[in-house]
Design a protein. Sequence first.
Length: 580
Amino acid sequence: MKFLLKYWINYRFLFITSVICVSFEAVCDLIQPQIMARLIDNGVRKLDMQYVMHSAMLMLSITAIGAVFACIRNILSSNASQRFGAEVRSDLFIKIQKLSVTDSDKFDGGSLVTRMTNDVTQITNFFNGLMRVFFKAPVMCFGGIFMAFTLNIRTVPIIVSIVVIVIIFIMLSMKLSYPQFSHIQGAIDKLNTTIREYLMGIRLVKAFGRFKHEEERFEVANKRLSAVTTKANRILNAFSPLTSLAVNCGIAVIILLGSHWADKGEMGVGQIIAFITYMAQILMSLNMISNILNMYVRTKASAVRVAEVMNMEDTENLYAINETNDYNFENIELALDNVSFAYPGSTGEMALKSISFSLSKGQTLGVIGPTGSGKSTLASLLLRFYETTGGSINISGYNISDMPASVLRSHIAIVPQTATLFTGSIRDNIAWGENNADDKHITAAAMAAQAYDFIIATHEGFNTRLGQGGVNLSGGQKQRVSIARAICGSPDILVLDDCTSALDAVTEAKVRRSLKEYSKDVACVLISQRISSVMTTDKILVLDNGHQVGLGTHEQLLLDCPIYRDIYLSQIGGGAKNAG
């Protein structure tokens, strides 16, 4: 929990003020039984009503003062804890964005959601409790023992013995329950991941009728969470009544001995009542301490999970926008020199092996190859989602590994295979990559992506609201909006990763013509499964099992590259063979 210290420093004034308020509130509570004892022994017993009234008013005044301190403490703790939680969530969100794809792949999406919500909430609640009651409990416990000592020293051994027994119970409870709370957070991760996967693939589940299978997956995750939570609560619930039993036994012993001492005149009735009150306060504080330590155990488990993310090295400089001026991209040229790559944590087999090509401004490179040949991996490397294992990728002579991510991605845009849209208007989604885009710019991008006609045909045009993931658009419409978004950012390099797969042949041809006109000012990498999409590009890169097996024009590859020729014949047909 060391990483939380920097947040504590930001709120130390509020924290110290709250602790002071809590301490004064506890003192007010501790004084009351003493006054009550005197009220009974010196007022009620002697029928001195003036003393009774004076003591009653004093008790009311002290209660009012304690209430004022309690109100101040609650206001401070609520305000500070919520600000604290918001700050931790914000920093965690920013941290996740600074992680490379390699590092973020180490966590499930559901796990990251749990860490940002459930775990941070657990830490926030602990911080809130720390300012509200956590310091009150030990003050009440040791203060109660001290006040009992001032009344009658004979009862102190009984009270100390009970406190020692309860502390032993609490330590055993902590030791046994801590591992369980770590398992609980892991079970929540699994449940969230299961739900997330189901919701993302709900249409596929419906299409294949896999409801029963998904119900079983959910039931397994749900039962595991229930089982580990029950086990943890069983441990806590077993020790709670033992704590109460020990304290109540102490109260019974004090009543028994107190009555004997009262008969001898060695102890007043008021003192006995005060002792019982102090024992009740000690019981309450011990239960509170037990709850505090149990919450600490839970919070520690959550803090460790949050710290796993927060302590990771920042691998992407997201905000170094000003450093763009240090690079000259006037004459864009993309060059790959003997690039190889293997996915981290894989078997070590290369996903790409010795890839080399160059691409200048205004040129288009088509990339084609069988499924699993490394086409999308190449796109990920160009965006520097992963670092190359060997070789280098250069833009205008600058190695992209030496660039801040913000600089690289301000000059390059990608349209991924799966179109991802966000909740908001179509206008917002197109302008998503360029905050300063005006209506003219947005409209031009929509036209270039062949999205303009279907957009204006909707009831609200560019202001049409999209549901989560663009659920109210077809697959082809989402792809065209995604293309418009990339174009709107006016990149120097445009990567199109099989982004027209949902379009019919006629619409795809229109999009290709528009992009060809648009790409006069950019270097374009066009990845596709369709031979018709790449055969008119300036260069074609052919990949097979991660190897570069061909690079050239359509005509050259038909003659020199058997794999390209096979793809061509399988898609275009035998009739084209003679023409070739």
